[in-house]
Design a protein around this ligand. Structure first.
Ligand code: HPA
Length: 277
């Protein structure tokens, strides 16, 4: 039974894995593909990669799939697509991210990841646009995520579910990405709740506790992906220097613009990495 929002994930009595399984059935029906190998979640700036990975064999609004939400934001395309790579691998491209700051709960945030797992995916590629703490990272720099600090205080795990997060962001996949672009740097991603950008003091705190990247996504999704047994590759596009690292105020427009400018270069990098998976 779903509640008045019509999303079955909002009913605490529903098993989120059953909803993910129903969503995977929807995807199989809408794509004609019953098993996907790789899933790719597109953050700000990474959208063009979908066209470069291979041949798109199906595109549809995410809202046609059980449990998916309407996109909250301009710059976040609410579509899913199935892409066939030259090597014959099936990639589920997720252009519909539900952010934690939307306040719909973690089940909805990680639903796309659980759906990908239910669709057979073993490799989860998570991308985002984020603020950079390292001074050497200019806006437009893509970096690998080496680890994360989850500052949301929340978790996709329900009950006493103890899972190991050592090597959460696979070293094997990071090394593979560096064979495509040896200049790729890496850093620790701090997921803040948002939607406000961080204060300079919060950015200093993130730096002090070992963070290099600040953002509002990815960590909760990575935890759900690990729970599902997937291997994870994480990429951040540094769209701006984090608050206080840059002296001028942050704006959402600046983030979107930096994403647009970097898009051709980072999308082609991402497509080459996915081609090598
Ligand atoms: N902080 C958090 N999220 C972000 C930022 C930032 O500086 N830039 C893009 N997304």
């Amino acid at each position: 039974m779903s509640d008045t929002t019509g999303n079955p994930l909002d009913d605490p009595a529903t098993d989120p894995f059953e909803v993910a399984s129903a969503a995977a059935d929807d995807i199989a029906r809408l794509t004609g593909v019953d098993h996907h190998d790789i899933a790719l979640t597109l953050g700000s700036g990474w959208g063009k990669a979908a066209e470069l990975i291979g041949e798109t064999t199906a595109t549809f609004p995410a809202t046609e799939v059980t449990g998916f939400s309407q996109p909250a934001l301009e710059g976040h395309v609410g579509t899913l697509r199935s892409v066939l790579t030259p090597k014959g691998r099936r990639v589920l491209v997720i252009g519909a991210r539900t952010h934690y700051y939307e306040g719909h709960g973690v089940r909805r945030v990680v639903h796309s990841v659980r759906t990908a797992a239910a669709a057979g995916v073993r490799t989860m590629v998570l991308t985002n646009g984020a603020g950079g703490i390292k001074h050497t990272w200019k806006p437009g720099t893509p970096v690998l995520i080496s680890d994360h600090i989850n500052l949301t205080g929340d978790s996709p795990l329900e009950g006493a579910t103890f899972i190991d997060l050592t090597d959460l962001y696979s070293l094997r996949l990071r090394d593979l990405a560096r064979t495509i672009d040896p200049s790729l740097d890496e850093g620790v991603y701090c997921q803040f709740r948002g939607p406000q950008y961080e204060t300079p003091a919060e950015v200093r705190m993130a730096k002090t506790i070992g963070g290099h990247i600040v953002g509002m996504s990815t960590a909760l999704e990575a935890i759900a992906a690990r729970q599902a047994g997937m291997e994870i590759l994480g990429f951040s596009l540094i769209t701006n220097m984090a608050a206080g690292i840059q002296t001028t105020p942050l704006s959402h427009q600046e983030v979107i613009d930096a994403g647009r400018e970097a898009e051709p270069v980072i999308s082609s990098l991402l497509a080459r990495v996915i081609g090598a998976l």
